[in-house]
Design a protein around this ligand. Structure first.
Ligand SMILES: Nc1ncnc2c1ncn2[C@@H]1O[C@H](COP(=O)(O)OP(=O)(O)O)[C@@H](O)[C@H]1O
Ligand SMILES: [Mg+2]
Length: 307
């Protein structure tokens, strides 16, 4: 099992058998931070863990993780607006807020209450009860709340911990045309679970100096996930917050297309102040202003996803 120091993020591999109780005090050898560590709960038996079998299956591109270990690149904005765009094309869409910051939940004006952790702890009935309808027809939300942090604390490092979300989604998979998963800007339980459950990962990328470095990093992580838990996972880069007036933005988007052209969406999302205004109103930008550039680009992106 693995424990992670919450102060400096150093990871320690421990023998599960040597830990007597469900939790214990640990002292980080690197930064001396003392913290409570949890012995991960054993995840129940999972039938689809067979990698050879998984390789023979086609990627389910209707389960989409939105991921990039960088923050502020429009992951949450993309999850919300792409999800809404898909629903406006008459698809039934579930958004999964898999970030403890609950930005997606708050953006939809939903008060964080219970999360997937409460479900697993037996405090939230079944998954269908946890899923909330939103103000928008065809758009549903599996919300995040503060308790979600315990999912990482208690399960990270347990056997098969990467499959927790996939395992739970099986029960409701048939009820939705698309499932979109918003992830945090870190590589812990949430991102690894999202990348294991998804058939496609969309990597939102801003046109800044280190963006290609960030893409390289996440592609390496995706390669690791392919070898460990999800051999058919596909990846696509989405350029976000593109500023056509900025030379730097134009140069970097060219570089991204040159290096990752084959996996980059043709549609790019432009910098648009209405996105921020819409956020203040707890609305997706398409509903806030039908003429917004970014809104129309997200609708176009939905068409590219269908194709
Ligand atoms: N196309 C856009 N134009 C202008 N601002 C945007 C755009 N997309 C996202 N933003 C803003 O950028 C900030 C970060 O976006 P967010 O989706 O929260 O990123 P992440 O989830 O990757 O941290 C937010 O304030 C959001 O309103
Ligand atoms: Mg976010």
């Amino acid at each position: 099992m693995i424990i992670v120091c919450p102060n400096c993020y150093t990871r320690y591999k421990l023998d599960r058998k040597s830990i007597p109780g469900p939790q214990f005090q640990a002292r980080c050898g690197r930064c001396s931070h003392i913290f409570t560590a949890y012995k991960p709960v054993q995840v129940e038996q999972i039938s689809f863990v067979d990698l050879e079998l998984a390789k023979q299956k086609k990627a389910d591109n209707t389960i989409i993780a939105i991921s990039n270990q960088k923050g502020g690149v429009a992951k949450t904005t993309t999850c919300l607006n792409l999800g809404l765009s898909l629903s406006l094309h008459d698809k039934k869409v579930l958004l999964v807020d898999f970030d403890v910051q609950a930005n997606l939940t708050i953006s939809l004006g939903v008060t964080p209450n219970k999360s997937l952790f409460d479900l697993i702890a037996g405090k939230a009935g079944d998954l269908a009860q946890l899923i909330k309808p939103t103000r928008y027809e065809g758009l549903f939300l599996l919300p995040s709340s503060k308790s979600l942090v315990l999912l990482n604390k208690k399960f990270f490092g347990a056997a098969n911990f990467e499959y927790i979300l996939k395992d739970r989604l099986v029960a409701i998979r048939d009820q939705f045309d698309y499932i979109l998963i918003d992830t945090p800007p870190s590589i812990e339980l949430f991102t690894l679970n999202a990348l294991t459950a998804a058939g496609l990962v969309v990597i939102p990328t801003q046109c800044d100096y280190l963006s290609t470095h960030g893409i390289d990093q996440i592609l390496k992580l995706i390669e690791l996930v392919r070898s460990k838990t999800n051999p058919v996972l596909q990846a696509r880069v989405l350029i976000t917050m593109f500023d056509s007036q900025s030379t730097a933005s134009r140069l970097i988007s060219k570089k991204i297309k040159r290096l990752y052209g084959e996996i980059t969406f043709e549609t790019l999302i432009e910098m648009d102040d209405r996105v921020r205004e819409a956020q203040i109103m707890s609305m997706p930008v398409i509903h806030y202003n039908k003429q917004s550039t970014a809104g129309r680009q997200y609708l176009k992106l939905a068409k590219e996803i269908f194709a």
